[in-house]
Design a protein around this ligand. Sequence first.
Ligand code: ZN
Length: 148
Amino acid sequence: MRCPYCSNLEDRVVDSRESREGDVIRRRRECAACERRFTSYEKIELPTFQVVKRDERREAYDRGKLMRGLQIACRKRPVPQAQLERIADSIESVMADAGEREISSQALGTMVMDRLRGLDPVAYVRFASVYRRFEDVDAFVKELHRLK
Ligand SMILES: [Zn+2]
């Protein structure tokens, strides 16, 4: 890696440490030329694709937003959080395996509904009735808040 002090490209790793959650590796490096030390981080690349809305606007897929929509649909329903995480995992792996960079918000909603249907009928109906009309997680979350 390029030394931030002298731009030399040779260095050696003096220490390597994994974060407590195991998602980041931090390396202390020492420049072979000026011998100053600096830190680099290695991270897993998160699944990334664009969601194409009905009006053709594109927005980066946001797992947090999807999880909020699922949690609201499953409010007071006996669905464990881990099952909802699995829905998001499965959608992300479908996208990764297909090498897809884009998905319509409609197709994304359909994938969610297919998975929710077998899990909890009430959550499915809640999600489906609102999502079908809005096809947008933001609008969906707002509508569900209004319905409460
Ligand atoms: Zn240097």
